[in-house]
Write a protein that binds this ligand. Sequence first.
Ligand code: NDP
Length: 279
Amino acid sequence: MEYVKLNNGLEMPMLGFGVFKVDEGQEGIDVVKYALEAGYRSIDTAAIYGNEKSVGAAMKQSGVPRGDIFLTTKLWNEVQRTGDVEAAFAQSLKDLDTDYVDLYLIHWPVKGRYVDSWLALEKIYKSGRAKSIGISNFNQHHIEDIKKVWSVVPVMNQIEMHPRLTQKPLIEFCKNMDIIPQSWSPLGGTSWEGDMRDSLLENDVIKAIGAKYGKSTAQVILRWNIDLGIVTIPKSVTPSRIKDNIDIFDFALTAEDIAAIDALNKDQRVGPDPDTFNF
Ligand code: NDP
């Protein structure tokens, strides 16, 4: 595993396990336990995923010390509208069966609400129950808005990013602000309409790079993230894929490999646009 130091000094694994669309219940518990056994030490969930209880149970049952796991969850949009952030956060802690999270994120920049939500997260951070706070799906102008009021700089911006949406300007902006970029749907997504997994995982350029290192296209894409300094969180419920996706710490891409993957960009989203989403 490789780690990145966040702007508050905390270390975070460069590769984590995403659990969007992982079911609550025994299946979810088994999948998360399997990921922890396979060596993942970072889990990315959200209140809206409806599986925080399974994540919490899996962490307990795994026997991995809580302090060894970097746990992320997120504040859902509806709560931003009602403003009851503290109660939502307390519920997440209860469901996750823990007394702190390593990272609490604003899930989406809800229009007219995200500045207040940021201030609410700062309070939670100062209480010690979230060791770090950050944002997700924020474009540059959203970040500039919260910058006017923040006393804590977000440690991370979790955004859609993959070879068809390389997000170079936003990533550069975040890095200049000491905000680590993190990619969601790195392999092309779980279930969004227009899921582009096939076009990425069957891509000839990525396949050819993988052939040089004896790695799959998924492994090359994940390594490309890490070589770009981007934390990533692929999701899988398939044991062989869970293992393959973490087996990326024995090779590195060349500058030419990275440039070839960068060149696949089409500014093409698989998920909603942060400036027009309507949920
Ligand atoms: P991913 O890009 O991680 O793709 C997941 C899909 O790819 C699944 O269908 C999985 O199938 C398949 N897959 C995984 N590994 C492989 C492999 N090695 N070979 C072939 N297929 C593979 O999509 P997600 O949308 O899940 O994004 C990852 C995580 O990012 C989420 O789980 C969530 O934690 C986070 N996220 C955050 C968002 C936000 O708004 N902040 C939005 C969306 C996601 P299977 O499971 O059947 O094995």
